[in-house]
Write a protein that binds this ligand. Structure first.
Ligand code: FES
Length: 104
């Protein structure tokens, strides 16, 4: 069972376990962990609100798909991923950066 560790804007760290092959945005959408700790929007790889910097566990994530490549570009090289496009199978640690304008 993968453990997900989320570093929040205020420095808090939220930790929880998810089932193998969990999409964190889908889980949050049905009010399971990591709700309410994960920021997300469309759930379809269009808005980038779920953008997260992977702090550890990136080696266990799938290769970025075309939506991630299109929306993140060089940010992929900085360790960012779109969590709505990823199904988690191993432990992962991530941080979402504070948006310039927090509209949800
Ligand atoms: S939630 Fe919109 S791109 Fe991931």
């Amino acid at each position: 069972m993968p453990t997900v560790k989320i570093h929040k804007f205020n420095g808090d760290i939220e930790v929880g376990d998810v089932n193998e092959n969990t999409n964190l945005v889908v889980a949050a959408g049905i009010r399971q962990f990591p709700f309410p700790h994960l920021r997300y929007g469309c759930g379809m790889g269009q808005c980038t609100k779920c953008k997260s910097r992977i702090l550890s566990g990136s080696e266990n994530l799938p290769e970025p798909n075309w939506k991630e490549k299109k929306l993140l570009g060089s940010e992929l090289d900085e360790g960012f991923r779109l969590m709505c496009q990823i199904w988690v199978t191993h432990d992962v640690e991530l941080r979402q950066e504070k948006p310039k304008r927090d509209d949800g």
